[in-house]
Design a protein around this ligand. Structure first.
Ligand SMILES: *Cc1c(COP(=O)(O)O)cnc(C)c1O
Length: 365
């Protein structure tokens, strides 16, 4: 088969031909044409969260984790105390990188099948006034749980603590409105629901907290304040930008707008997710999460009850039919994941379910 395999993964994901074709050109990083692309991408990103009044956006080279790390390095003072609301693997990663940068970290743990609890956050903040920043993962891609951003933001606002949101897998699909939801920083990336290719992350930083960020980062390349100042002054990236990724992102954003923006993208992903759940349940697969806490981004399924099942063989049998699954990321039970995001619709999801049905027959044979 010479058709590209369909990626049912939470990034990199399947992109359109138009996005791929945008990369067939070389750009000078000092050139006015490329600076104009960077400026237009930054402008469009702010529009998506209605944040032009309240926030700036700072793009950064690297995968999404680099930008989470940069956000913590840039926003949290060395004497700060970060509370991570932890219900999964990406929360644990955020706690780990914060600890490795020498910041004081606490975790408020919840079962990975449950959303984090704003009430428990409130009690924690009441008991411990030393917390300066809260980290929330909006959609915990580990299991696929949707966390209550608005309620957590409200508690943080009431207690006057900063909120850093990892919105990597939700941005551009789930509604995030900076006019109504108060956060100090929100992190996302090119290769997720915007359907660009991977290679840059970006951090929205609240203008009111920006000035205090000067000189905080212990890392040069992760310093978003420095990156911001340089970009404002010169229109250029501080260090070599992934030019092809940036122009592909501009093209992906143009298609996002043409599709109808965040609401249209959410509708398509929701349709994908429902088609996936219906198709898989008809095959006897059980989703790990209750429907009420399932984000329409990625679905965790329990491993099928087939003697001798292992993910590698299952993956290979589905791959042979043109679809790439994603391994599970839960600690206790055997699972696998299927992404609902990317430049795919219900047709591709239904074909994927068919491929999974055939793969299952292979395993049973
Ligand atoms: C994808 C993702 C990240 C970033 O992961 P990378 O491997 O660095 O791209 C961070 N947080 C969440 C919730 C994600 O889904």
């Amino acid at each position: 088969m010479d058709r590209d395999k369909i990626l049912l993964t939470p990034g990199p994901l399947t992109t359109t031909l138009r996005t791929k074709l945008a990369m067939l050109k070389d750009w000078g990083s000092w050139d006015a044409d490329f600076n104009a692309v960077t400026a237009s991408v930054r402008h469009s990103l702010l529009q998506i969260i209605h944040g032009a009044e309240s926030h700036v956006v700072v793009p950064l080279q690297g995968s999404g984790t680099f930008s989470v790390e940069a956000a913590v390095a840039t926003l949290v003072p060395h004497s700060g105390h970060v509370l991570v609301l932890d219900n999964g693997a990406y929360c644990k990663r955020a706690a780990r990188l914060t600890r490795m940068m020498g910041r004081w970290v606490s975790s408020l743990r919840v079962d990975e099948a449950q959303p984090v609890d704003p009430q428990a956050l409130e009690e924690f903040l009441q008991d411990d006034p030393s917390v300066t920043h809260v980290v929330l993962v909006h959609c915990e891609t580990g299991a696929g749980v949707l966390n209550p951003l608005q309620a957590v933001a409200d508690v943080c606002e009431r207690f006057g603590v900063g909120l850093i949101v990892d919105a990597m897998s939700s941005f551009a699909a789930l509604e995030i409105d900076a006019r109504h939801t108060r956060f100090d920083a929100l992190v996302a990336a090119s290769g997720k629901c915007l359907e660009g290719v991977p290679g840059i992350g970006f951090v929205f930083i609240r203008k009111e907290v920006l000035a205090a960020c000067e000189g905080r980062s212990q890392s040069l390349s992760m310093d978003l304040y420095d990156q911001y100042l340089y970009m404002e002054k010169t229109g250029q990236w501080r260090f070599t930008p992934p030019t092809h990724v940036v122009v592909a992102l501009a093209e992906a954003i143009a298609q996002f707008v043409e599709e109808g923006g965040q609401a249209a993208r959410l509708a398509r992903y929701t349709g994908n997710c429902q088609a996936l759940l219906a198709g898989m349940q008809a095959l006897g697969f059980k989703p790990f999460l209750e429907p009420a806490v399932q984000a329409p981004i990625i679905v965790t399924f329990l491993a099928p009850d087939v003697p001798g099942y292992n993910f590698q063989d299952f993956y290979a049998a589905v791959r042979a039919r043109g679809f790439l699954l994603y391994p599970g990321k839960l600690t206790q039970i055997e699972t696998f994941r299927v992404g609902c995001i990317g430049a795919i619709g219900e047709n591709e999801i239904n074909q994927a379910v068919r491929a999974i049905a055939l793969a299952l027959q292979d395993l049973k044979a």
